[in-house]
Design a protein around this ligand. Structure first.
Ligand code: SF4
Length: 472
């Protein structure tokens, strides 16, 4: 039996199995993505006084909440109208109306953000007419803001759901754009970002650049709330007053391209200027961000930021030797992958396998362009639409030095006997990583610290007494 298991394990690591694995068509094994409503929930938590409301099954709501709760180690407030078998047959209207009535009575939100799970979408529930009926029946006040987003999970992913919900909240809360009421603010949309520290870093840099801004949405005080001894149901988020003026923004800056495309299209259709830049990871990514703010304000970049950039460059120079020529595999969402690959290329790291379950044609083109721009990107292959079982085959047949991705990568990393640098979501098995930014010049230093110290730990662990050095 033991011998048989050993043979099977060896075969799983063979090129023959890899070819069979990549020929697989009807089965997905551990895709690197979640479903649309999870992104909708993350977005909804970033608005002041907003109650996320899942129109669908309770089990779905429990999954979204537990994922975010375990990742952030914070309570995550959301309600569900708990559709069951009878709703599947007769429609979910009575659950919807009763759910809204109870949610408003108990939790007194300033706005309710409704989004759907698979069940409601499969039976074709018309949530717009249900909302009209709920107000007709006085289940909720007629002037209560209720945003509606259709987030079917049989297409798209968490980034699509996030995008649709940003749009639905602006649609619901913003006053119409009028040329004589345009404000002076830059509205910054971070995109699907699970680092409260990233959002804080954006705000800090925007303040240092003296830019009047609104971060939309902003979950930093909700998913990294202080423990002051009492529970706050609505501890932060983008102020409603600033949501009301969202269509009167002077302009928008999108910090991710692939999780904001629907919102961008909607805003442009309303005549709002929109600029989109790649997620500000790495030196050039952060430079783009700073330059975009400077272009908006028309002011020089303050000296403090130039000094801060210099520190990041110093850290890159100090540590280049440890990353240069090392081979990496990465997996995750399109925006974070573009940022991480750009950072690795700056450091002379060599991406080899890039797995993106959520890949799109524009993302593939952008990634290929990025890789071709650097000598260190020449050996990389992007695997669009592939999952973590494909990734495992890649790691065991074409070894690399390090894997970068969320906590799900730990199994493949262990099988390939390489370290995993945890970036993204979910990360259930390490603490506080969401409290360290990976964007901005601080993010450059943090990423270098994580990657290089892990390599050095590996060297120490593998060293014999002769090579167990104090200096590395
Ligand atoms: S895929 Fe559909 S059924 Fe499954 S958790 Fe997501 S919304 Fe619910």
């Amino acid at each position: 039996m033991e011998a048989c298991t050993k043979v099977t394990k060896e075969w799983l690591n063979s090129m023959e199995y890899r070819e069979l694995n990549f020929a697989r068509e009807k089965l997905v094994i551990n895709p690197a993505k979640a479903c649309q409503p999870l992104g909708a929930l993350l977005c909804s938590l970033g608005i002041e006084g907003c109650l996320p409301f899942v129109h669908g099954s309770q089990g779905c709501a429990a999954y979204f909440r537990s994922t975010l709760s375990r990742h952030f180690r914070e309570p995550v407030a959301a309600v569900s109208d708990s559709m069951t078998e009878d709703s599947a047959v007769f429609g979910g209207q009575s659950n919807f109306i009763e759910g809204l009535r109870n949610a408003y009575a108990v939790y007194k939100p300033k706005v309710i953000s409704v989004f759907t799970s698979c069940m409601a979408e499969v039976i074709g529930d018309d949530i717009k007419s249900y909302l009209g009926n709920a107000k007709e029946q006085d289940a909720i006040p007629r002037d209560l803001a209720v945003a509606l987003a259709n987030t079917p999970s049989f297409k798209g992913s968490h980034i699509t759901g996030y995008d649709s919900t940003v749009k639905s909240l602006i649609e619901c809360l913003a006053k119409p754009r009028q040329e004589d009421t345009i404000n002076d603010r830059l509205y910054v949309v971070p995109g699907f970002d699970t680092y409260p520290a990233n959002l804080r870093e954006y705000k800090r840099l925007l303040k240092e650049m003296n830019a009047p801004f609104t971060l939309l949405p902003d979950h930093s005080d909700v998913l990294d709330a202080p423990n002051l001894g009492t529970y706050e149901l609505y501890p932060g988020g983008t102020p409603i007053s600033e949501m009301n003026e969202a269509l009167n923004a002077k302009s928008y800056l999108m910090l991710q391209a692939y999780s904001t495309s629907t919102t961008s299209k909607y805003l442009k259709g309303k005549g709002v200027p929109v600029e989109t830049i790649p997620m500000p990871i790495g030196l050039s990514g952060t430079d783009n961000f700073i330059q975009a703010i400077a272009k908006f304000t028309g002011k020089e970049v303050p000296e403090e930021i130039t000094i801060e950039r210099g520190r990041a460059v110093d850290a890159m120079t100090d540590c280049h030797q440890y990353i240069h020529g090392k081979k990496f595999a990465l997996f995750g969402d399109p925006d974070i992958l573009i940022g991480l690959v750009s950072f690795l290329l700056e450091m002379g790291g060599e991406p080899v396998h890039i797995v993106c379950t959520n890949s799109t044609v524009p993302f593939k083109k952008a990634m290929e362009k990025l890789l071709s721009s650097s000598p260190y990107g020449q050996g990389a292959t992007l695997y669009p639409g592939k999952d973590l079982w494909h990734l495992r085959s890649l790691l065991v047949t074409e070894p690399v030095d390090m894997l970068i991705g969320d906590g799900h990568g730990k199994y493949a990393a262990r099988d390939a006997n390489i370290p995993l640098i945890r970036v993204g979501i979910p990360i259930y098995d390490r603490v506080n990583l969401h409290r360290y930014p990976i964007v901005g010049y601080s993010g450059v230093i943090n990423l270098i610290t994580m990657i290089v110290n892990t390599f050095l730990d590996e060297i120490d662990r593998a060293s014999t007494d002769t090579y167990f050095e104090l200096m590395r």
